[in-house]
Design a protein around this ligand. Structure first.
Ligand SMILES: *Cc1c(COP(=O)(O)O)cnc(C)c1O
Length: 402
């Protein structure tokens, strides 16, 4: 490996976040390339049979197989760990692979989970459908009230699982209060930080144990690849998570890791600019629709909590247009610039109808309980000129009678 400060923890730990996002974890080959190299290889060759044996025995540094290690993926893992302020991180093929692994690697039959009810649709599928098959029970609560976490805790509770802000209701959960309670009871907190990313919110600073990501969203940020990441202590990652990942194989491809490395270089710029655009769009919509769920607005009931634990509230929020599914679909169908798409975190503005797309598998009762009604829309505010976004919304709302 060539001279390179990105691999020296004594140097990288002192870098400020913007520097870590660009240079953290960079490992240079003998060619001294400036941009990270893409190692598209499934296997590795050894100089002699004894070296192969030593690597498998863990007595020699080096890679053996890309389900276990890959230089490009490792650069991304080191960069994400640095940005998070975590001892270690591992990447996965998607955000859902990260959520599934974060839970299953540490749970067993008889364990109990408390989860916030406002979760990404597939995360609710894990708690409601997958975990029970393995004898793991989940109590789903309104996570905004700390008393609910306390009341749901049992002697066999192993994990608190939540996202904040939550998709798509934008519920904010008090990171410090929930993590403090977990610590008192020896419970592991798993926080899905996909919406905010470590640029806007660092849950570990509030005591979170495990922070998991869909890197598909803001980290890639340009709607190109699926990826996930899990951050934790060195002990958690090495002893609990790694055996699960290495043997079940939800491995991130080197190519996708490389794309996310490039995405991280501009993450801070994008997420701050998109948050700024989102505030303008939310203010405009407030005057035109029944309600806007954007904790970045001063009138939002959880505005103070959001600002206490986040630097900005990000590009995503939801709104209620009234008139049921018909009007919600009418608004989407009248859009010219903004795409109808269920993705988020993209530099393009996107809108979706959660009840019939991202949260359709959740069931109507569960949807209504968390506030995902038929007239709710979710928007991802992009990097386009905000005036163009506002004009498109203006004409789409008008044509739907608003
Ligand atoms: C998208 C998303 C996921 C799932 O991530 P994928 O990369 O699509 O598998 C999990 N949690 C949240 C909050 C998300 O927005």
């Amino acid at each position: 490996m060539k001279r390179n400060s990105g691999q020296d923890p004594e140097i990288t730990k002192n870098w400020r976040p913007a520097t870590q996002a660009i240079r953290g974890g960079t490992a240079r080959s003998e060619y001294g390339e400036t941009s990270e190299a893409l190692f598209l290889t499934s296997g590795y060759a050894y100089d002699c049979a004894e070296d192969a044996a030593a690597r498998f025995a863990g007595e020699q540094q080096g890679m053996t197989y890309s389900r276990l290690q890959n230089p490009t993926v490792e650069m991304l893992e080191q960069r994400i760990a640095l940005m998070e302020g975590a001892e270690a991180a591992r990447c996965t093929a998607s955000g859902m692979a990260a959520m599934t692994a974060s839970l299953l690697c540490q749970l067993q039959a008889g364990d109990h989970v408390v989860a916030s009810r406002a979760l990404f649709g597939s995360c609710r599928w894990l708690t409601d459908n997958l975990l029970p098959k393995f004898g793991i029970e989940t109590t789903v609560i309104d996570g905004r009230d700390i008393a609910n976490w306390e009341a749901a805790t049992r002697p066999e509770t192993k994990v608190f699982f939540f996202e904040t802000p939550a998709n798509p209701t934008m519920d904010i959960i008090d990171l410090k209060a929930v993590c403090d309670l977990a610590k008192q009871h020896g419970i592991t907190t798993v926080v899905d930080n996909a919406f905010a990313t470590n640029v806007l919110q660092r849950p570990m600073e509030f005591g979170a144990d495990v922070v998991a990501y869909s890197a598909t969203k803001m980290m890639d940020g340009q709607g190109r690849v699926l990826a996930g990441a899990i951050c934790g202590t060195r002990e958690f990652v090495d002893d609990t998570l790694l055996p699960f990942l290495r043997n079940t194989g939800p491995t991130l491809s080197a190519f996708n890791a490389w794309v996310v490395l490039k995405g991280l270089e501009t993450l801070s710029l994008r997420i701050h600019k998109q948050s700024e655009n989102a505030v303008k769009v939310a203010k405009f919509l407030e005057s035109r629709v029944e309600r806007v769920n954007y904790p970045g607005l001063e009138g939002h009931p959880q505005h103070n909590l959001a600002m206490a634990q986040m630097d900005a509230v990000g590009p995503i929020f939801s709104l209620y247009v009234g008139g049921g599914r018909e009007r919600a679909h009418g608004v989407l169908n009248a859009l010219n610039l903004i795409d109808i798409s269920n993705n988020i975190g993209d530099s393009r503005s996107l809108m979706t109808h959660p009840a019939s797309t991202t949260h359709s598998s959740m069931g109507e009762d569960a949807r209504l309980e968390v506030g995902i009604s038929e007239d709710m829309l979710r928007i991802n505010v992009g990097l386009e000129d905000v005036e163009d976004i506002l004009e498109d919304l203006d004409q789409a709302l008008s044509s739907a009678g608003l």
